[in-house]
Design a protein around this ligand. Structure first.
Ligand SMILES: Cc1cc2nc3c(=O)[nH]c(=O)nc-3n(C[C@H](O)[C@H](O)[C@H](O)COP(=O)(O)OP(=O)(O)OC[C@H]3O[C@@H](n4cnc5c(N)ncnc54)[C@H](O)[C@@H]3O)c2cc1C
Length: 512
């Protein structure tokens, strides 16, 4: 049998991004086909969500009448409605600062931990998405809404015609030919259109040549069992995204509720060379052997899904859209998982495309060009901050200070959006607000170009975030624990010009 069809939209790539876009397109009445080369359920990396990514998921769910997305935007509703889907509880971001060949000092004496709460309780908490089940479920949702889903399909070519685009390939020995007025590439970095259009890539300064090595494990111990508990911790330390930072790289640990833990490492090229990543399992053991406390966390752990090694983690396409095509943010670029920014960038790109779908059906060339520019700007802002943070690995006070740029910007954006004041926070990391972003950008460039020594950043960061500091970030010097301060949120709502009624509504929404 031959599959040959004309649709309103072709989406290549049936991961979470492709599936969410397909769900929206169906809600808008568009004949949508999703082409996936693999088959669900399958392993995928990128698992840890954030308040901003979950807010975007919620906004999309509400706007396009997709209640499932709203349900999946919080731990509590996810557990109530979809207990069958494995997931991890993420109450915050935990950073441990290690030195090579040294155990982490005991928590009671340690300034080597930073805990930043992202939610006031479990019910409202973020999650780690167990992608084999999560992506499969979303694709099923898209199909239930009427999307055509072609998995195990190898696309061989793409061509532009006078009125659209045509992709041709094979599905289980059957010829596939699909036509639509336009297409979206949701295939991840260096994906389908990058190859077929020979899109140039651009350097990602400060992150060039970084390596990623990751796997799923069973039997990983909680850090609290192996190391101890931080006094005044705003959440149970292991119910978080754990970042083990050290000079030259960092290890992530993300536990799911099915006994599986995702873990991996991002390494600069020098450290990667020393570890010899050609044998990933051996390199991982060798790495853990240099950090006694992490080694204790992984003692007895088994690999549940084999290691994958990515030799060039950072990627940035020179172009993210053109006439009759667009890349999703995940296909246009990636910096590093350090700030868990991938989902937020992807969902904000989807939100922009959804507006175009609503307004124009098939977006005009100029709308697509504007979309492409905006997602690359977001990507560049994220990459710049992550690169500066990488430069500060091994200098905990500088790293923690710089992190506050991120937390101040995203908490401001989240609060402003929740109050319906999205215009106050244009662009990821508020990069559309020149009063905030220009001096921040200058500082980050100075750190990267080593004009500025990374030590003693605290005062500079404190003054840079003053105008957007809604949650007392860095207010009383360096701290190792940041909880969610309800009063600060409510006060800050006032500072954003919210009326008492809106503040009450915000409190109600946050369940406070
Ligand atoms: C090591 C690492 C860790 C990360 N951690 C985080 C994190 O903690 N939090 C976060 O927010 N983000 C993280 N990210 C980023 C995150 O993975 C991406 O933002 C997210 O996966 C993008 O989703 P997507 O659906 O666009 O692409 P993907 O998840 O990459 O899905 C692409 C899909 O396209 C399919 N495909 C590929 N090529 C073709 C083709 N030629 N034809 C048809 N189908 C094709 C693939 O099989 C896949 O199903 C991480 C990324 C990496 C590399």
């Amino acid at each position: 049998m031959r599959v040959s069809n004309t649709h309103d939209l072709i989406i290549v790539g049936g991961g979470f991004g492709g599936a969410v876009l397909a769900m929206i397109a169906r809600r808008l009445g568009l004949q949508t086909v999703v082409v996936e080369r693999g088959r669900h359920p399958r392993f995928a990396i990128g698992e840890s969500s954030t308040p901003l990514s979950n807010l975007l998921l919620e906004e999309l769910g509400k706007r396009y009448d997709l209640p499932t997305l709203v349900t999946l935007s919080k731990w509590g509703s996810w557990q109530r409605e979809h207990p069958e889907l494995p997931v991890g509880l993420k109450r915050g971001f935990t950073f441990y600062h290690h030195d090579w060949d040294e155990p982490l000092p005991h928590p009671a004496r340690s300034s080597s931990v930073l805990m930043v709460a992202a939610s006031p309780n479990d019910s409202l908490a973020d999650t780690h998405w167990y992608r084999p089940a999560f992506d499969h479920f979303l694709v099923q949702q898209a199909v239930a809404l009427g999307a055509v889903y072609l998995d195990e399909t190898q696309l061989e070519s793409v061509a532009w015609t006078s009125d659209g685009v045509e992709v041709v390939g094979q599905r289980q020995g059957t010829a596939v030919r699909l036509r639509a007025p336009w297409m979206v590439d949701a295939t991840g970095p260096r994906g389908f259109l990058s190859r077929h259009l020979a899109l140039e890539s651009r350097p990602v300064p400060g992150l060039e040549g970084n390596h990623g090595l990751f796997a799923h494990f069973s039997g990983v111990h909680p850090m609290t069992d192996r190391w101890g508990t931080v006094s005044g911790a705003p959440y149970p330390a292991d119910a978080s995204a754990t970042h083990h930072c050290f000079p030259g790289g960092w290890i992530w640990v993300l536990p799911f509720n099915n006994g599986i833990t995702s873990a991996g490492v991002s390494l600069n090229p020098e450290v990667a060379r020393r570890l010899n990543l050609h044998d990933p399992a051996e390199a991982w053991e060798c790495l853990l052997g240099r950090f006694p406390t992490i080694q204790r966390q992984f003692s007895g752990a088994r690999v549940a899904h084999p290691f994958q090694h990515v030799s060039h983690l950072a990627y940035r396409s020179a172009q993210a859209a053109g006439p009759r095509w667009a890349l999703l943010p995940g296909a246009a670029g990636f910096a590093d998982p350090l700030l868990s920014s991938g989902f937020a960038l992807t969902l904000s790109g989807i939100q922009r495309l959804a507006v175009l779908l609503e307004r124009e059906g098939c977006p005009t060339d100029s709308s697509l060009a504007a979309y492409g520019t905006s997602i690359l700007r977001d990507q560049d802002a994220a990459s710049l901050l992550v690169a500066a943070l990488h430069r500060c690995l091994g200098i905990p006070s500088a790293f923690n200070s710089l992190l506050m740029l991120y937390f101040a910007a995203v908490s401001y954006a989240e609060t402003a959006r929740r109050l319906g004041r999205g215009h106050l926070c244009p662009g990821f990391l508020l990069q559309g607000r020149t009063d905030f972003w220009e001096p921040v950008e200058r500082l980050l460039h100075e750190i990267l170009s080593e004009v500025r020594p990374p030590e003693d950043l605290e005062n500079s960061v404190r003054s840079l975030i003053a105008s957007v500091n809604l949650c007392d970030w860095l207010a009383d010097g360096e701290r190792s624990c940041y909880g969610v301060d309800v009063n600060a949120i409510v006060l800050s709502a006032g500072r954003l010009g919210a009326s008492p009624g809106e503040i009450g509504e915000l409190r109600r929404k946050l369940g406070l």
